[in-house]
Design a protein around this ligand. Sequence first.
Ligand SMILES: *[C@@H]1O[C@H](CO)[C@@H](O)[C@H](O)[C@H]1NC(C)=O
Length: 596
Amino acid sequence: MACENDNNNKGLLLALGLVLCVTLSFFPRVTEGRVPFACDPRNGLTRGFKFCNTHVPIHVRVQDLIARLTLPEKIRLVVNNAIAVPRLGIQGYEWWSEALHGVSNVGPGTKFGGAFPGATMFPQVISTAASFNQSLWQEIGRVVSDEARAMYNGGQAGLTYWSPNVNIFRDPRWGRGQETPGEDPTLAAKYAASYVKGLQGDSAGNHLKVAACCKHYTAYDLDNWNGVDRFHFNAKVSKQDLEDTYDVPFKACVLEGQVASVMCSYNQVNGKPTCADPDLLRNTIRGQWRLNGYIVSDCDSVGVFFDNQHYTKTPEEAAAEAIKAGLDLDCGPFLAIHTDSAIRKGLISENDLNLALANLISVQMRLGMFDGEPSTQPYGNLGPRDVCTSAHQQLALEAARESIVLLQNKGNSLPLSPSRLRTIGVVGPNADATVTMIGNYAGVACGYTTPLQGIARYVKTAHQVGCRGVACRGNELFGAAETIARQADAIVLVMGLDQTVEAETRDRVGLLLPGLQQELVTRVARAAKGPVILLIMSGGPVDISFAKNDPKISAILWVGYPGQAGGTAIADVIFGTTNPGKLFPHHYLEFISYTI
Ligand SMILES: *[C@@H]1O[C@H](CO)[C@@H](O)[C@H](O)[C@H]1NC(C)=O
């Protein structure tokens, strides 16, 4: 209805119309797409249910709901694609969404398109970690959860996000190291608590903005290396190392961050699958750290410890071991298929299942999912206009600037002065990178500024890729890159890795630049008439001793995977708009080569 009155209206009608318009405009914006998950106020059936009564304490509402569920319903609620229970007015729910450094569509719970074509993509976590800035991490979490809530309201995302990844990045060849805040337990602990607080909101009381999840517990830093994959990896860890290293970020995540979920991993620790280990789940996470939330498996990891690890003789035993160990939710179908016969065989009881359900439903209630119309709730007014805002995109740029690490600056060759350069050569397989800059567990970015575009805002550029892709298998394009180097007043080489080299299920076997990249760098540097600036775009560390020792290479920057605004930040650092050393003396790290 439009708030207009035509000229024929009598004064009274006009006044009424105005009142109506004013009243209507006080009603919250109803965002299209989202049917209330449960307790729809328009549904006469559900109005009388105690579990829908927001004045009743959550634990009482949870018990009321569990008492109304049948065993088959319960069994289909402890898996990621939880069924609808229409007779109780409850919709189906997909528990699996991801938001590692921006709302992601890696999980089936989140979709881009329509009113939500993209979201703000922050630098990959290994980059942001290099800022050493706790308030930045929390601020990113706040922005990501604003966008997540907006997408939930629009019916395109869930409220349970299986992020962050706080595994200790101990083996630098691990393809997923990029997702983590690195190998330092103290920093990882601070990161975990800050990001989770940002995502979940400064929960006055028990309310959750979105539910975060610290994963993957624990000692997981191998995906696929030298014939061993994560489904067969047995991490042998001493009690001390577990306590002093691997547990540290998880403990901080639960105790300080008050996270609503922890995920167990695929690998075994000391011969036991983590998702079947009551010492890890029931005793440590829930017992000692008092997790207020749910424990979820990695996707199909219960199936993996039965099918791949042959940890139990029967699938029913596997289902029972997982539930007895303290697992509440299975990502995958295994529990939906085998729990019924596990109960029939007496391996677990229906009450064991009730305890898991209570942990799950409590989180959904804390998220407001049983409070009726989402648009009348906290964050209910967030919508498409709250995604990719200029403030959010500015924060992505700020994060990228704070992430970039200056490794070397011989003879103060940086910053470059735009007024003294006619042209700058921008060379390398990552020179015009877009999606490479956001790394994995990302979504669709609002937009990108590539390194080439960022640099072109300061100075006229000439561009050559030098190699086809980061694999850099041939040298047929080297000549063109050398030609640029001979002519340009300065050269920026944007080298490094991407998801074809380091990724989930893809570990590296060495730490050198892939293929012929070293040769390209050396040849371009030799041909260069001006200063040579080397940029390494990567998640995992790269051994660049050759470049450190090359007298023709003056400055070296590690730019990580700097996110959607990476190219702007890179250019700002190169031309001195941002000083990567001023605020953070640790950015002058000398230690740039890694040996194994
Ligand atoms: C840390 O991040 C915050 C929030 O984005 C920012 O305001 C602050 O300047 C940063 N601190 C430093 C030392 O850069």
